[in-house]
Design a protein around this ligand. Structure first.
Ligand code: SAH
Length: 399
């Protein structure tokens, strides 16, 4: 049974929550109150004078224990509440739905669209819902109904990403509709990408890098020799090849990446045999490149926030400078390094300090050419940079 629990907010956090900060941090409410909570409970936040601040639901993920959904004391969270939010989110993406050159994008981005803890992505008629806590999953019926009341669809799929470590829960992801015959091919700025919504945690493409892929294709690839590290299905390599790169080299540790990368090249009319696809550890590849005196004009670095192999662990918050130094060593003078991270635990300023550190330690001059954050469909309130997790910097190596 879902309860309504009153949570007393610590004075230090009350100001932000009153101003519209949507996440309730673990330390934001007094402990004896938060101990009463069960996933999916509603809560009412009050300040230390017992004045009402906001209402929301309890769901544990990363740093937070819940999300604010409403500033109306009388809000009862009926179906209409969820349907309205979904309607509004769709209306804000009307230009995406009209654009036939792009058929995959995000239609609902959690707190940016008024309900933290859940996202919905669109893939040419198919929808994929990601649930980030048990609490939000307990609102599954309301949210799926909201989606059904807002749009037509071929089918709906879902990913549960809330086991103890925030990881994907292995399951059949089909929810309702007519099951897709995967892989399906979606378009992104007229590039083709193969997608499978029922094949584990990942779908084949990270939609938040759309603008970066276009920039690489349109402005950075022509005539270039490109290295794509942590390449997954090779989406950046496809963009570079379509932009006229002389050659691309894609490096990923996972053996599944080989077949998936061949597939992405092939559906774009690119002969994969003219490209290099390596299944190997990126850090071994850097050594291999040095041994063979390989250099690249364009190097993409897009590591996972954390990775563990048998021999080492890698964390972007700690090891990004080292990764950049390895990349600098095999980048041609005047070449471009595309440094990307989706780690939400640090911001652009810190990321740029990693860049500064790596170049100064290698005594190399550089220039930041441009930078990217989340694309428009990944709506995130401008006031709170911590929700803008994506940071991508195009750096030119000058010396
Ligand atoms: N850049 C990709 C997404 C990267 S996802 C894109 O644009 O689609 C992270 C990838 O890093 C995964 O495919 C994972 O297999 C790979 N990976 C993690 N650690 C690695 C390592 N040490 N060497 C090579 N690949 C690694």
């Amino acid at each position: 049974m879902r309860e309504l629990i009153t949570l007393h907010v610590e004075p230090k956090y009350a100001g932000d929550l009153k101003k519209g900060y949507p996440l309730v941090h673990r330390d934001a409410v007094i402990k004896t109150d938060s101990e009463k909570l069960h996933e999916g409970d509603w809560f009412e936040l009050v300040d230390h004078f017992n004045r009402f601040i906001a209402k929301g639901y309890h769901g544990v993920q990363n740093k937070g224990i819940g999300w604010v959904l409403s500033y109306d004391e009388n809000e009862t969270f009926e179906q209409e509440f969820f349907t309205k939010k979904m309607n509004k989110a769709f209306a804000l993406r009307s230009n995406f739905f009209k654009d036939s050159s792009t058929t995959a994008f995000r239609v609902f981005n959690g707190e940016g669209d008024g309900i933290g803890g859940v996202t919905v992505d669109y893939f040419d008629g198919y929808y994929m819902i990601s649930w980030y806590s048990e609490g939000i999953y307990s609102l599954r019926e309301q949210i799926i109904t909201a989606l059904k009341e807002t749009t037509e669809f071929k089918a709906i799929y879902e990913k549960k990403r809330f086991d103890t470590k925030g990881k994907y829960v292995e399951q059949d992801d089909f929810v309702t509709g007519t099951p897709g015959d995967f892989p399906i091919i979606v378009k992104e700025n007229d590039m083709n990408f193969a997608i499978d919504l029922n094949d584990g945690a990942m779908t084949g493409i990270f939609l938040d890098q759309r603008d970066v892929r276009r920039a690489i294709r349109d402005n950075y690839a022509e005539g270039k020799n490109m290295l794509n590290t942590f390449s997954y299905t090779g989406a950046f390599s496809v963009a570079a090849a379509l932009g006229g790169a002389n050659k691309t080299t894609s490096v990923d540790l996972a053996s599944r990446s080989l077949g998936k990368t061949i597939e992405q090249f092939s559906i774009n009319g690119i002969d994969f045999e003219e490209q290099d696809i390596k299944v190997m550890d990126v850090f071994h590849y850097f050594k291999y490149a040095i041994r063979h005196e390989l250099k690249f004009d364009l190097v993409v670095l897009d590591p996972p926030s954390f990775a563990r192999t048998k021999k080492m662990t890698f964390s972007t918050a700690k090891d990004y400078p080292k990764l950049l130094k390895d990349a600098i060593a095999i980048t041609e003078k005047k070449g471009i390094i595309v440094a990307s991270t989706n780690n939400a635990s640090f911001g652009m300023k810190k990321f740029k300090s990693f860049i500064e550190q790596a170049f100064s330690e290698t005594k190399t001059k550089y220039k930041i050419v441009e930078q990217y954050g989340l694309p428009k469909d990944f709506r995130a309130t401008r006031e709170y940079p911590e929700f803008h997790y994506l940071k991508v910097v195009f750096i030119q190596k000058l010396s």
